[in-house]
Write a protein that binds this ligand. Structure first.
Ligand code: NAP
Ligand code: GCO
Length: 264
């Protein structure tokens, strides 16, 4: 019997007050997991708690900046004390800066790398020792189309997400013998606050050019929703994927397979 259940598991999803993280944590709760999440300040955590309560989910929220190792270690210790050892980690927290590379400051570049790549390292490092003691664990890193492709203005983000793909493969390699599986999910273009600027209607009411571009590049001819990622995430968090390790599962509606719809 294939086991997709997360019953009795503790799942930490970083940056999960809303957006993709919220959808994944909600799916984990539906599969039986006890959900914990963090966000960067109490206001965001409180908003997240209200969102989970509205969805009928009893989640616990913690204030923690994933780039701050002391805060991360303290949060993990508090979760272990209050809820239990973390069985499933989703490194979801992330930012993007869309700036032409020759105009981007080194500080801006470093900030994206810090949150999108150093953060997942710090949080994974914090949860692995207890997973090793427990004899199992699941780590899911939220990668991107930019783990494989580049585009104008997202140099820092692509570098971070490309690095996150390789960090995923390295954690899989180093900890597979401890029955810890580390995989990535590579979402396509998903309708969340992070991509809202790319979907804004133009002054004349027409679609944003980038919106039309993504529709033409996606065989499904639509943007993804956070809920499109839920099933793949539950699969990778469950025992059904115990022999899947070091894999980046692209959930992109077919973007990476498609040259794009030819202009009429
Ligand atoms: P989002 O709506 O911008 O949400 C990102 C979350 O991360 C927010 O809750 C944010 O909190 C939190 N966060 C940012 N910096 C943090 C830090 N230092 N410590 C803790 N939390 C932090 O993004 P999203 O679209 O849901 O994306 C979630 C993940 O999926 C990101 O890693 C993103 O790169 C990736 N992704 C997104 C897409 C897409 O099309 N949307 C596609 C592929 C991959 P605050 O609100 O407090 O800043
Ligand atoms: C962008 C978008 C993308 C998505 C996602 C695609 O500006 O190109 O924000 O980067 O966020 O990462 O998979």
């Amino acid at each position: 019997m294939v086991n997709f259940s997360l019953e009795g598991k503790v799942a930490l999803v970083t940056g999960a007050s809303y957006g993709i993280g919220f959808a994944l944590a909600s799916a984990f709760a539906s599969a039986g997991a006890k959900v914990v999440f963090n966000d960067i300040n109490q206001e965001c955590v409180d908003k997240g708690l209200a969102n989970y309560k509205e969805a009928g989910i009893d989640a616990k929220g913690y204030v923690c900046d994933v780039t701050n190792e002391d805060q991360v270690n303290a949060m993990v210790a508090q979760i272990e004390q209050e809820v239990g050892v973390i069985d499933i980690l989703v490194n979801n927290a992330g930012i993007i800066k869309r700036i032409p590379m020759h105009e981007m400051t080194a500080a801006e570049f470093r900030q994206v790398i810090d949150i999108d790549l150093n953060g997942p390292f710090i949080v994974a490092k914090a949860v692995i020792p207890s997973m090793m003691k427990k004899g199992h664990g699941k780590i899911i890193n939220i990668c991107s189309m930019m783990s494989e492709l580049g585009r104008e203005t997202v140099s820092a983000y692509a570098a971070a997400k490309g690095g996150l793909k390789m960090l995923t493969k390295n954690i899989a390699s180093e900890y597979g013998e401890h029955n810890i599986q580390c995989n990535g999910i590579g979402p396509g273009y998903i309708a969340t606050p992070q991509t809202a600027p790319l979907r804004e209607l133009q002054a004349d009411g027409s679609r944003h050019p980038f919106d039309s571009f993504i529709i033409a590049k996606t065989p499904a001819a639509r943007w993804g929703t956070p809920e499109d990622l839920a099933g793949p995430a539950v699969f990778l968090a469950s025992e059904a994927s115990n022999f899947v390790n070091g894999h980046i599962l692209y959930v992109d509606g077919g973007i990476l397979a498609y040259i794009g719809k030819q202009p009429k």
